[in-house]
Design a protein around this ligand. Sequence first.
Ligand code: ADP
Length: 400
Amino acid sequence: MNILVINCGSSSLKYQLIDMDTESVIAKGNCEKIGLPDAFHKYKPTGKDEVLFNGPFPTHLEAVESVLNALADSKIGVIKSLDEISAVGHRIVQGGSIFKGPAIVTDEVIEQIEDLASLAPLHNKAHAIGIRACRKELPDVPMVVVFDTSFHQTMPDYAYMYGIPYEMYEKGKIRRYGFHGTSHHYVALRTAEIMGKDLSELKLIICHLGNGSSITAIKNGKVIDTTMGLTPLDGLMMGTRCGAIDPAVIPFVMENFGVKPEELNDFMNKKCGMQGISGVSSDFRDLQAVKHENDRARLALDMFCYQAKKYIGGFIAALNGIDALVFTAGVGENDYDVREQITDDMDYLGIVLNKEKNHGLKAKESDLTGEGSKAKVYLVPTNEELMIARETLQMIGKKY
Ligand code: ADP
């Protein structure tokens, strides 16, 4: 049984076709620059060469057509006909307080996703467009939406509320939602499996550190706190996002640096973070490469690791101890220096890293627990697409 996992952005569409019998990717690809004259689609059947299709794809509909044509093509395709796609799982960024888990796509669900666009303007509108395009092309195939926010819906009110007038929460639904939920959930489940325990018995801290980063505290299978907030800007400083800053910085930069209201989102999301501090790059590889000669690159890395350490310490207090600290995503899986720096001098909190084993280790599931550590330390590679496919399968199993 094959499940097509789709992640639609405003001008892009990424996808994976996953064989659920073996949980392996049969083909994957991405369409970029949808709506622009130089739109393209890169298609990669597993074990074979990548194929490039040039657009134009005026809308997501033409992009979806190109994807389906490639998948079912008689020469380069991986399926004989579209009937071999049993379901489609769509990744959705914002599910608000409405979606506490995945949902089967209906007209009402699409409208609800659109209604939540005020909380994630760029993403949710694009997701709705993508779902409609897929439904047009695959009218008889069941579809499921899986939300980045759902896994965090178990947070208690005192963790998700902001200190602003309560009416703003009531009217505007302004609160912490948290993101990367699908990744945190996948990694938490896998960690429980590695530990031979049920997730419901464990206290975990998952560090999803990538271009976007978030840390989540999980108690007995339920998220009790996470670093991202109403939007993915909150929490850790990231590749180009500022992370949590004193809110008064914003009117200050508007007044003193001429940042206009309409430029604020771009400023906070694209001009700050590792890039803004280092002036070198948002990419951790570039920063690690020059940190001994470039003091601002060193500073950006020090800031990132220090902030992560503070969140972990805070979450250990909130959880009253942990069973495991887990690293995942681009930086968490590959940047062993970052893992070492974050966990350095944490023995008081019961965390000791096996530095020898950690050094040089990339993207390989590993137990990195050092001698004398009270908590386990793991590297667990994430797989959001597989998690979406699993949730999709579970949902259609329920319905059909
Ligand atoms: P996204 O948040 O876009 O999904 P990823 O989780 O893919 O990001 O992480 C991408 C980031 O991971 C890159 O910007 C880079 O900084 C970091 N990264 C990837 N590989 C390495 C590596 N070998 N060493 C250090 N950092 C790496």
